[in-house]
Design a protein around this ligand. Structure first.
Ligand code: DP6
Length: 322
């Protein structure tokens, strides 16, 4: 029996991944940039056991079947193929952040799975190979493999579509204050969203413009230029949501409280507080600020009507074997 345990952080995208040129391989239509979120993690143990009649998945103590298990078995199949193994595995996974907290769990989950399963199978993959493997489970998981501030290059093919670190964890003291907005709406998942991104007439323009946004964002991070950074992440998030809203069927993730936070964040920035917003496929707002202002930003967010909770996370490290 070969067992390995790995831990990975979720990440928040500053330049968003939205749409694939190959849905099965999760080859994106554009590159993206993100920051791992410290303190939040998924811990996953994979053990290959000859006695198992099929793969088993247990998340936070509950057995998972159906789609969730199929997605995990797909990654295990890739690992078995690489390692020449024909044994089923038990996968036990735990998140330390609540489901529905506005933080996608798939990025941390598939990054931890890629690392734990490949190690348990006796493979020692490079960071790029791990990133590619995690990508096959969830695109954004490719970015939870390397440390700190990360770019996922779209690449020309399956081999060169992976993520790498552009700056280490301690490069810049950025903090993500996630404002949890009460939401009664059941959201459409990212996988379904990627599949219809191309139905929006705005998607081609967004994709064509991505190299410009990537460059501005990368430079803002490298130069620690907060004003440029805040402007580009808001612009990029707004562009992705414009595509979502104009897809067929249309996806409207924002709630009224989401928009109210946008207005507040822009007012706060205009009055000198270093803050900017970005939103993934949900209603919750990731308010990114400089570390020195995190306490003040958290307090102001908690005082807003419609905000039920605020999670606070700085830059996080790479996926690691524990
Ligand atoms: C809006 O990586 O969750 O958060 O590959 O289908 O699992 P799948 O999609 P996923 O998409 C993330 C979309 C996003 C933007 C981003 O994280 O870049």
């Amino acid at each position: 029996m070969a067992t390995s345990t790995a831990l990975a952080h979720p990440n928040i995208a500053f330049i968003k991944y939205w749409g694939n040129r190959d849905n099965a391989l999760r080859l994106p239509v554009n590159g993206s940039i993100s920051m791992n979120l410290d303190g939040l993690f998924t811990r996953t143990t994979v053990s290959f056991q000859p006695s198992l009649p099929f793969d088993e998945l247990i998340i936070n103590g509950h057995a998972v079947m159906g789609k969730g298990l199929t997605r995990v078995s797909y990654i295990l199949d890739l690992v078995r193929e690489m390692a020449g193994l024909k044994i089923n595995a038990e996968v036990m996974s735990e998140n330390n952040f609540p489901a529905g907290a506005g933080i996608a769990s798939s990025a941390a989950a598939f990054a931890a799975l890629a690392l734990a399963s490949s190690r348990a199978a006796g493979l020692t993959l490079s960071e790029a190979q791990l990133s590619r493997l995690a990508r096959r489970g969830s695109g954004s998981a490719s970015r939870s493999i390397p440390a700190g501030f990360v770019e996922w290059q779209m690449g020309n093919n399956e081999e060169d579509s992976f993520a790498f670190s552009i700056a280490p964890v301690d490069h810049w003291n950025l903090v993500d204050c996630v404002a949890i907005v009460n939401s009664a709406h059941k959201k459409t998942g990212s996988t379904e969203g990627h599949a219809i991104a191309g139905t929006s007439p705005l998607q081609n323009a967004r994709v064509a413009d991505t190299p410009r946004r990537l460059e501005i964002c990368r430079n803002a991070i490298l130069n620690k230029d907060f004003e440029a950074f805040a402007n580009i992440i808001e612009h990029d998030s707004d562009m992705m949501h414009s595509v979502m809203m104009t897809s067929n069927p249309p996806l409207m993730y924002w709630q009224s409280a989401t928009v109210e936070i946008f207005h507040q964040v822009r007012e706060w920035r205009a009055s000198g507080l270093p803050v900017g917003y970005t939103v993934d496929a949900g209603a919750n707002v990731h308010v990114i600020c400089l570390g020195d202002s995190a306490k003040e930003v958290e307090k102001r967010l908690r005082d807003l009507p419609g905000v039920s909770n605020v999670l606070v996370a700085g830059a996080g490290g790479a996926a690691q074997v524990v």
